[in-house]
Write a new protein. Structure first.
Length: 71
């Protein structure tokens, strides 16, 4: 009768992104953008995911600095 909805699958790259530092993510972003212009990038939405992860990490770092009182 009613089919169950398939569970959302997270991309395997998202777990890899959370373990990387900001500098590593920026290097990945550079390579992804280069691949976009070369035509070798398979998933253009990967660029957006990298940018979001960089923003998340920078926000976490800035909020940690604000809690310490460092400016």
């Amino acid at each position: 009768m009613a089919d169950k909805k398939a569970a959302k699958k997270t991309a395997p790259k998202s777990s890899d992104l959370s373990k990387k530092t900001v500098l590593e993510l920026k290097a990945d972003l550079l390579l992804a953008r280069k691949g976009l212009f070369d035509g070798t990038l398979a998933n253009p939405h990967h660029i957006k995911a990298i940018r979001k992860e960089i923003a998340r990490k920078l926000t976490a770092e800035n909020s940690a600095k604000a809690e310490k009182g460092d400016k």
